[in-house]
Design a protein around this ligand. Structure first.
Ligand code: SF4
Ligand code: SF4
Length: 427
């Protein structure tokens, strides 16, 4: 990208509040500097992530918006949830971007649409939209929401007054009936995206889209496997950002970068080179998703001398642990395969949700975690509820466990740090 490109004009053309956005970029840039660039012994290949962070609101948006003016992608589709299958969007010639907000913005404006006691992620995306500071929201042609938690499904009634939306109905139990209902939802999404882009999904385009997403997931699986080593070759912060990037960056380019990171981390693991010292306390994270720039918990854990070795959440293993079969013969068969793969995402909206506890314990063992930190964003009832059985599962497995509730403000950070330090000393 040429340095002289006028991003302020681009943001203004998107209808953004350019001055307020400059303020946001300044704050996030400082956070990145303090949290990421102060890390010691990072793999050299993580420099790709620095580029992603630097270009998140500039070069990447330009790439998509310029591309759209030439018909590639035909449309930009925003989403807030792992349940919106990117394969379907890609196969119809569009690009899917994540819109979840990981910071508080314009909370007073957001509270004109959602109650004060709303989870910060929801309040964040309402505030980002109302404050006009997110180029992903502003450039999206259509936003696909989903009936998952109560907070999101009601907030979408408000958000749809501000942006064109299409809502998918996600089941909350898994049985033969809901499997069929969910397949129907995925087929209906395909029809809606085809209508939006004017491009038919073909066997060829859907097969290619499945492979593109699977390649990214395979690369993430490789990188994740290297984190079983002691010392751990890469920090939790860098791995978190890698998955966050998967919701925004170009898929093929990111896959190449993740494979390079995996190559380097495999080599570092074999040579005993770590991003944290050998014997550092190893934490498995589980809980609510962490959208950019919500890095604070991982930063606190790792600055306190621990290291995050895995994350069982939507900005972690749930994104990449399962692949879609690549041998579907027809578009209908492939859409069914996609639906079945996505129905297996262990979100706390499901009841019962034993699979999530099984995944957490399995990951803790495979990655040799010394302890589990289970964190919920405040006012997220479903993850708070699951914490009771999660604690029991950890106790039965003999793995130390801590539950935290947190939000996007820095107010409780001192107390959070003290609790985490105490947990790291105890395990
Ligand atoms: S936690 Fe549940 S509702 Fe939230 S992004 Fe993940 S699947 Fe969607
Ligand atoms: S963190 Fe909880 S309350 Fe917030 S959007 Fe996700 S599932 Fe809903």
């Amino acid at each position: 990208m040429a340095d002289e490109y006028d991003y302020h004009k681009m943001w203004g053309d998107l209808g953004m509040d350019v001055e307020a956005h400059d303020g946001l970029l300044g704050v996030v840039g400082e956070m990145y500097q303090t949290m990421f660039l102060t890390q010691k012994n990072r793999p050299a290949s993580t420099s790709y992530l620095d580029g992603v962070a630097a270009n998140l609101h500039s070069g990447r948006i330009r790439e998509m918006v310029d591309g759209r003016s030439e018909g590639n992608p035909k449309k930009i589709i925003g989403s807030f949830c792992l349940y919106v299958p990117e394969e379907v969007v890609t196969a119809a010639g569009a690009v899917e971007v994540g819109l979840c907000a990981g910071a508080e913005w314009a909370p007073e404006d957001a509270e004109r649409y959602v109650p004060r006691n709303t989870c910060p992620l929801i309040k964040g995306f309402m505030g980002f939209k109302l404050g006009r500071v997110c180029p992903y929201i502003e450039s999206a042609d259509l936003v696909v929401g989903e009936n998952t938690c109560d907070g999101k499904k009601k907030a979408y009634e408000q958000f749809s007054k501000l942006k064109p939306m299409y809502i998918m109905d996600v089941p909350h139990v898994r049985n033969d009936d809901t499997k069929l209902q969910w397949r129907h939802q995925v087929h209906a999404l395909a029809a809606r995206i085809e209508e939006e882009t004017g491009q038919k999904i073909t066997e060829e385009s859907l097969r290619a889209a499945i492979k593109l997403a699977n390649d990214k997931r395979r690369a993430l699986q490789r990188l994740s496997a290297t984190r079983a080593a002691d010392p751990v070759p890469i920090s939790g912060l860098d791995c978190l950002l890698t998955v966050q990037a998967a919701f925004m960056d170009d898929s093929a380019r990111l896959t190449g970068a993740i494979n390079q990171m995996a190559d380097e981390c495999e080599k570092r693991a074999a040579e005993g080179i770590g991003a944290a010292p050998k014997g550092a306390k190893r934490i498995l994270y589980t809980g609510t998703p962490m959208a950019v720039p919500n890095w604070k918990l991982f930063n606190i854990i790792e600055k306190a001398g621990g290291v995050v070795v895995g994350e069982e959440c939507c900005t972690g293993s749930r994104y990449y642990k399962d692949l879609v079969p690549e041998d579907g013969a027809t578009v209908d068969e492939m859409l069914d395969d996609i639906a079945d793969r996505y129905l297996n995402i262990q979100c706390a909206i499901f009841t019962p949700n034993q699979g999530r506890r099984d995944d957490v314990i399995r990951m803790a063992r495979e990655l040799h975690a010394d302890g589990i930190i289970d964190a919920s964003l405040s006012f997220c009832t479903i993850y708070e509820m699951e914490a009771f059985d999660m604690e029991k599962a950890a106790q039965e497995a003999g793995i130390p466990y801590m539950h935290l509730s947190t939000d996007y403000s820095a107010e409780g950070d001192g107390q959070l740090t003290t609790r985490i330090q105490a947990f790291l000393e105890m395990i």
